[in-house]
Design a binder for this molecule. Structure first.
Ligand code: BTN
Length: 326
């Protein structure tokens, strides 16, 4: 009810909308409209009501609850079911449990805070309350398990486009899946898969975005940043979530046409922070340097050394810029 009412208020685009009109659109009584407006005010929405004119939405709080996200969602299937928690261990862990329990393809788990946020390579992901986005998408694809790692790159492209569209900035991707803004990492992605030998049970794509964070620990601040710290602008997190889901659905459709990245390579490369730059490939056997030339249609990074061209797989090694993180 809250989502539908918010959508009606938002679609009025700064104009008043009458209680009668809202109750007609929603198919509920005027009393229900009145009570829902009161509940939304308690949540922090500023809704003006004027006799003979109706309701006007004046201010939307920066919350990422299910109904706020649902009220601005523009997708066909992704995020049609949102599970929201104020505080949780890890959205990926909950999403995996829900996926195993039978929750549908396209379900999205969102939290305002995580106390056990998990990163890649066993690292933790700092997830403070009220400033970041911690979300996980459940997918149940029909393709075979070796295709799944490419989804991380689809996600990176989607988040990067979403942040650009909301903020007007130009974010970049540090291969394979960190989002970088003015040299700082502002988003990380953790893809986890549950599979049989040749069959995927489900894939959970976890996305953590530093949106309005005002500080990072000394240990993190060389690498990590937030959209706020890099641009001095606060953003509504729900807008970034809704845009991320919109772009992911769009790019995932392109991906499913070929089950690889061939339709997305060009766009991905245009955002690659390392493109035509010298990189250090931290191969455990023997680290080496070369120039990054873009990605293949299966998502490997193409690195040109003096002698040869190598194709770096994300699971195996990490890549650094010559002078630090990017
Ligand atoms: C990384 O950069 O190492 C990946 C970080 C992924 C963090 C997100 S936050 C939402 C989801 N839940 C988790 O526990 N991790 C991912």
């Amino acid at each position: 009810m809250k989502a539908a009412l918010l959508r009606a208020l938002k679609q009025a685009k700064g104009e008043y909308i009458s209680g009668q009109e809202i109750s007609d659109i929603l198919g509920v009584s005027r009393t229900t409209v009145f009570n829902t407006v009161s509940a939304l005010r308690t949540d922090g929405y500023e809704i003006e009501s004027v006799k003979n004119k109706g309701y006007l939405l004046k201010k939307v709080p920066d919350i990422i609850k299910d109904y706020e996200v649902e009220s601005i969602l523009e997708t066909q299937w992704l995020g049609k079911k949102v599970v929201y928690e104020d505080s949780i261990g890890s959205t990926n862990t909950l999403a995996k449990e829900l996926a195993d329990k039978g929750y549908d393809n396209g379900t999205v788990v969102i939290a305002d805070h995580q106390d056990n946020g998990r990163g890649r390579r066993g690292r933790s992901f700092v997830s403070p309350k009220g400033v970041g986005i911690f979300m996980s998408m459940i997918l149940k694809p029909a393709f075979t398990p070796e295709v799944a790692p490419m989804l991380t790159l689809v996600s990176a492209l989607s988040v990067s486009k979403a942040i650009d569209s909301v903020t007007g900035e130009k974010t970049q991707i540090k291969w394979p899946n960190d989002i970088v803004l003015n040299g700082k990492k502002i988003c990380g992605i953790l893809t986890e898969m549950s599979m049989q030998t040749d069959y995927i049970n489900n894939v959970v794509i976890g996305i953590g975005i530093n949106v309005n964070n005002t500080q990072f620990s000394e240990e993190l601040q060389d690498i990590a940043g937030s959209i706020y710290l890099q641009t001095n602008q606060l953003n509504h997190r729900a807008d970034i979530i809704a845009q991320t889901l919109y772009y992911f659905e769009k790019y995932y459709n392109v991906f499913l046409e070929t089950n690889d990245l061939s339709g997305l390579v060009q766009e991905y490369d245009s955002k690659l922070v390392n493109l035509e730059k010298k990189v250090k490939v931290l191969d455990p056997k023997e680290p080496y340097e070369g120039v990054a030339k873009g990605i293949t249609q299966t998502g490997e990074l193409i690195v040109q050394t003096n002698k040869t061209t190598s194709y770096v797989s994300s699971g195996e090694v990490s890549v650094r810029g010559m002078y630090g993180y990017v």
